[in-house]
Design a protein around this ligand. Structure first.
Ligand code: 5RP
Length: 226
C-alpha cells in the first residue's frame, strides 16, 4: 500500500502534464500543491515558459525558490489553468478548502481561471461535504459577534489559533472553522454565510472544479465536471 505522500505526488505530477508553454498558471496552496511546484520547477529548468500566480505567501516563496516566474493577478486577470488542492470533495466535485488558510486568494484565482484542476489523495473524497470543518475567513473587527451569527446558522464555530493568538491570513483576517456536520446544500449555505456582516469569504467552492485528479492506491484517476 502506498503512503499518502506518494498519492499526493502522483496526483500533483499528473496535473502538471496539463501545463503548456505560454500559459498563465494559478498556483494553489498546501502540501499536495507542493509536489506540483516541485514538478513545475523541474519543467521550467527544462525550458517551460509560464507565469505563475501564487495564492499565498508560502506558495510564492516555494515557487520562487524553484525558479518559477511569478506574476501579479492584477497584471494577469485571465488565468489559463490553476492547480490547487482541497480538504474535502463531494460526488458533484464541490469542495471544502481553506485548511491551509488561503481560501480567499484561492477563490479569487479560481474565479479568474478557465480550467481549474484540483488534486487530492483519495482520503479527501466524501459523498456529502461536512466531515472537514468549513473554514470561513472573517475580519477581526467584531469577531466574537460574527462567530455567534455563524453559530446561529447551525454550526459549532472555532476560532483558528496560532500559538496563543488568532491565526492571521495573508490578508490580515481571522479564520473560523465551522463544524456543520453534513452539508446537503453547499451553494445555499455559501450564499447564506456570505451575507453575514464580517464574513469575507467561505471555503465552499461550488461548481469551480473542472477536473479532479485523485491519487489512489491503484493509480491516478481523473474525473471531469459533467
Ligand atoms: C489551503 C487549501 C488547501 O488546498 C487544502 O487545505 C489542501 O491542503 P493539503 O494539500 O495540504 O491537504 O485549501 O487554503
Amino acid at each position: 500500500m502506498k503512503g499518502v505522500e506518494a498519492l499526493k505526488r502522483m496526483a500533483a505530477e499528473r496535473a502538471v502534464d496539463y501545463v503548456r508553454d505560454g500559459m498563465v498558471v494559478g498556483l494553489g496552496t498546501g502540501s499536495t500543491v507542493y509536489y506540483a511546484l516541485l514538478k513545475l520547477g523541474e519543467r521550467v529548468r527544462e525550458g517551460l515558459d509560464i507565469v505563475g500566480i501564487p495564492t499565498s505567501r508560502r506558495t510564492e516563496e516555494i515557487a520562487r525558490q524553484r525558479g518559477i516566474k511569478l506574476g501579479d493577478i492584477n497584471d494577469y486577470p485571465e488565468i489559463d489553468l490553476t492547480i490547487d488542492g482541497a480538504d474535502e470533495v463531494d460526488s458533484n466535485l464541490n469542495l471544502i478548502k481553506g485548511g491551509g488558510g488561503a481560501l480567499l486568494r484561492e477563490k479569487i484565482v479560481a474565479h479568474a481561471t478557465s480550467f481549474e484542476i484540483i488534486i487530492v489523495d483519495e482520503r479527501k473524497l466524501s459523498e456529502v461535504l461536512g466531515s472537514f470543518p468549513l473554514p470561513v475567513e472573517i475580519v477581526p473587527y467584531g469577531w466574537r459577534r460574527t462567530m455567534k451569527v455563524l453559530a446561529s446558522h447551525g454550526c459549532t464555530p472555532s476560532l483558528r489559533m496560532n500559538g496563543g493568538s488568532p491565526y492571521l491570513t495573508d490578508n490580515g483576517n481571522y479564520i473560523v472553522d465551522c463544524a456543520f456536520g453534513r452539508i446537503e446544500d453547499p451553494a445555499g449555505l455559501e450564499e447564506k454565510l456570505l451575507r453575514v456582516p464580517g464574513v469575507v469569504e467561505v471555503g465552499l467552492f461550488v461548481g469551480m472544479c473542472d477536473l479532479l485528479i485523485i491519487g489512489k492506491d491503484g493509480g491516478v484517476e481523473e474525473v471531469r465536471r459533467s
